[in-house]
Design a protein around this ligand. Structure first.
Ligand code: BGC
Ligand code: NOJ
Length: 814
């Protein structure tokens, strides 16, 4: 069952029924000002940091699930009836409801009793504000006298504090109203130099800023007293809950349309110019007024929208594919690339499943996100890499997370997730391959943000690598620390007390439990580091890295192989995890995917064996589950993984993030059929038709789909912010289609299904557009390249002569 359809031409998903199984959301903004918006206008906004600069309030885990947002009310002033064109919050039986989620914008509209209304929500490029562009049309045969009411509920900035510290917060709310603009200035009088504002293009009939006045006692957003009455109360908030609401009256002749623009923004003033006059407590508005004036004009708003469109047109033009599979094309050309931007921006901080207060930017996550983002805006990838590296500790270890506003490592969570440091190497390698910008390695970067500790980025990579060498366990495998990629495999945390953190309550010494996964990652990262070292002319160093990775590979062969698949780990007692000897959790996906992806077992058939075991034990029609059998009870020695009921999350859920590891692994053993088959199983577009089972958005990947041990097998959860975005993008473009940026050029090595006759890719790479056409000439994967009409040896297209910006590549595959 579907709840809408794709409009590929416009790059939109069109939701045609408001009561989707879950809120289906979109992101507004892609630079500093961000908003989350659901298909019924729910959600919230923030500036840079979803916790520390929350602009509007949102209550998670609400009933209904999604309630509170950017709500507009229309009122028929003759009939005295009111409704919301976005369906929520009044939930009237509107006609022609549609929500078009597009690239950085959302348009929601409907018709009620002949009054058509739709609102285009977006964040203009380079601005710290969002626009709600409302168009109301009278489709009746008679004139209509209408009122429009806007509404936002301001958050008192720190979202965590806002939802807990009520004894203080109920007394600190402050606003100003000036020239019809509502300014939210809580805490501005003392230590903040930023405020929010909510403006309207039209003359106001009134306004409200105190929630209780607007809603009325014992009422909610579905039935505000002011809207019911049809007259704003001009309330000025002192304490309690500051909101913003404008009241505009509209008289529309039959067929007449009117547009009203609402502007919700964030603004900072220089510290010494906070007040105007300077010795007053009045917000200095001189710096923000020109911005507001610009966007009160609909011509400027339209131009800003066109600029946003052009921006995305450019970004999505970087890699464009035409394959025999429409789901592949749609995801690669539009939605998967778009999701990569969201995950890059948010890491795992703010979605409808991540509250924005729990996690800042993850070190591991953000590095992996680069795999899918780096080609889009390399300068931002560069900046992110340097920020991440600056949180690295002198030991080479890493803070697990950092707050984007302060860019400081997060002390609450700390470090000792022993896979973390290697992801920096993986991220930097992806950046170098994409851009060829070797200068980044010489950038001085501090450790733990300590001034004076700066060393070239390259040294950070060296320390990442050595971090593991200095932390090997009894079998010579890497010690796992608090966890590796699987945050829930907590082998040094024996937690028996409710509420303890599985990750940070470390109560074992940590000298025994080892991770085969980190071993695979070490091999991959070590080989990248060797290639980087060689590029820097450090031949000896490169050789020593390769010696270490070879040694690790043989350790894996000796102690990390279980006969038919790779082991997962050794626990704190030295017992195997992910072995046929185990009672449950006999085989895990991570090591099968990652070890093969890193090249382990390719020469001797073990890779094939491991992947056959995946197919036999882990593959389902909805994707590949994380392990089998699921843990049916809590294992003190394994941690959070066994705390989940079977089939969910890390306990045998289909953890989509690591499905692409198996996809890439299948390409490494030359099996394009299996690779694409696995790709298709979790492709959201391909799952659109089973919307009632899948339930999450059909245009973005979820973190998890319930595994076969769960009663809700096939149901997706935690959409949007997941490493799945980058890894799938990377898997399909670089490994199945095989268009792979490499240190010295563009490598082309497709491993596609046997029944594909070919495909086309346009790829902008280091300023050159490569028009690639691949044709099957046989059943195999051997590649023959003809570049601008000239056959070349090997699989790497070298950079063209300076000045050339177009290259045609014909690929014969067989
Ligand atoms: C989740 C993991 C996540 C971790 C972050 C766990 O509860 O299951 O997916 O990585 O929390 O701390
Ligand atoms: C989600 C986390 O963001 C990611 O870092 C982790 O690797 C996976 N969960 C698996 O636990």
């Amino acid at each position: 069952m579907q709840f809408g359809h794709f409009d590929d031409e416009k790059r939109e998903y069109v939701i045609t029924q408001p009561d989707t199984p879950l809120p289906w959301i979109n992101y507004l903004g892609c630079q500093a000002y961000f908003g989350l918006i659901s298909n019924t206008a729910g959600g919230y906004s923030f500036y840079r940091d979803a916790r520390l600069r929350r602009i509007t309030r949102y209550r998670y885990n609400n009933a209904p699930f999604d309630f509170g947002g950017r709500y507009l009310y229309l009122r028929d002033d003759d009939a005295g009836e009111f409704w919301s064109p976005s369906w929520q919050p009044t939930r009237h039986k509107v006609e022609n409801y549609s929500c078009r989620h597009g690239m950085g914008y959302t348009i929601i509209g409907s018709t009620y009793k002949g009054i058509e209304a739709h609102t285009r929500y977006f964040v203009p490029m380079d601005e710290n504000l969002e626009i709600w562009q409302l168009t109301v049309t009278n489709r009746r045969a008679t004139p209509a006298a209408l009122s429009v009411f806007s509404s936002v509920e301001f958050c008192l900035w720190d979202a965590q504090d806002d939802s807990t510290n009520f004894q203080r917060n109920f007394s600190i709310g402050q606003v100003e109203i000036d020239d019809g603009v509502i300014y939210h200035k809580t805490e501005y009088r003392e230590r903040r130099d930023h405020f929010a504002y909510f403006a309207c293009s039209d003359e106001l009939a009134g306004f409200d800023t105190q929630r209780d006045v607007f809603l009325g006692p014992y009422r909610g957003w579905d039935n505000p007293a002011v809207v019911e009455r049809g007259a704003a109360a001009n309330s000025v908030a002192h304490g309690w809950a500051p909101i913003g609401s404008h009241h505009v009256r509209l008289a529309l002749q039959p067929g007449q349309s009117r547009q009203i623009i609402f502007i919700l923004g964030y603004h900072e003033n220089p510290k010494d110019q906070k007040f105007d006059p300077p010795d007053s407590q009045i917000v200095n508005k001189k710096t923000v007024k020109p911005v507001i004036a610009r966007y009160r004009d609909s011509a400027n708003v339209d131009a800003a929208f066109e600029a946003l469109r052009a921006y995305w047109e450019g970004l999505l033009g970087i890699c464009h594919v035409e394959t025999p599979d429409p789901h592949t094309d749609r995801m690669v050309n539009i939605w998967n690339a778009y999701q990569c931007m969201a995950t890059f921006n948010m890491s795992r901080s703010a979605s409808f499943y991540e509250s924005g207060i729990g996690r800042g930017l993850g070190f591991r996550d953000s590095n992996q996100d680069l795999l899918g983002f780096v080609q889009m805006v390399p300068s931002r990838a560069r900046e992110r890499i340097l920020d991440l590296a600056a949180t690295q500790l002198p030991s080479g270890g890493a803070y697990h997370q950092y707050q984007p506003l302060t860019k400081r490592g997060n002390n609450d969570v700390g470090g000792n997730f022993n896979d973390d440091p290697h992801w920096l190497i993986v991220g930097v390698a992806a950046y170098l391959k994409e851009t060829g910008d070797w200068s980044i390695l010489d950038e001085p970067v501090p450790y733990d943000n300590q001034p004076g500790s700066e060393q070239p980025l390259y040294e950070h990579l060296q320390r990442s690598f050595h971090y593991t060498l200095e932390r090997l366990g009894p079998h010579g495998l890497p010690l796992i620390g608090r966890a590796d990629w699987n945050d829930c495999l907590n082998l040094n945390c024996f937690s028996d007390t409710p509420g303890q953190s599985f990750q940070t309550t470390t109560n074992k010494e940590g000298k025994v439990a080892e991770s085969v996964f980190i071993a695979g990652l070490f091999v991959l990262a070590g080989e990248e580091l060797a290639a980087i070292a060689r590029h820097r002319g450090l031949e000896e160093e490169a050789t020593s890295y390769l010696a270490q990775t070879a040694k690790m590979e043989s350790t894996v062969r000796e102690h990390g192989w279980d006969g038919e698949w790779f082991l997962r780990a050794y626990d704190a007692f030295g017992h195997k995890v992910g072995s046929k000897e185990c009672e449950e959790g006999k085989i895990f996906i991570e090591t099968q995917g990652f070890c093969v992806l890193a090249g382990i077992g390719l020469k001797d058939g073990w890779a094939r064996l491991a992947l056959d075991s995946v197919r036999k034990h882990l593959a389902t029609e909805h994707g590949i589950v994380l392990q089998q059998p699921a843990y049916s009870r809590y294992y003190l020695n394994l941690g959070e993984i066994s705390s989940y009921p079977p089939g969910y999350k890390e306990n045998a859920g289909i953890f989509c993030h690591n499905n692409p590891w198996v996809i890439i692994a299948e390409t490494r053993v030359g099996n394009g059929d299996a690779a694409h088959d696995y790709y298709r199983r979790i492709n959201p577009s391909a799952r659109e038709a089973i919307g009632e089972v899948h339930r999450c958005e059909p245009y973005v990947y979820p973190q998890m789909i319930a595994g076969r041990d769960a009663p809700t097998f096939g149901e997706a959860k935690n959409s949007w912010l997941t490493g799945t975005a980058a890894w799938n993008y990377y898997a399909i473009t670089q490994w199945i289609l095989g268009i792979r940026p490499a240190y010295d050029g563009l490598e082309i090595e497709p491993v596609i299904p046997k029944n594909w006759a070919g495909f086309k890719v346009t790829r902008l790479f280091r300023g050159v557009t490569y028009r690639i056409e691949a044709r099957r000439v046989g059943e195999g994967n051997a590649v023959a390249l003809v570049v601008d009409g000239v056959p070349i040896a090997g699989k790497t297209v070298p950079p063209p002569a300076p000045g050339r910006t177009e290259v045609a590549v014909k690929v014969s595959l067989g």
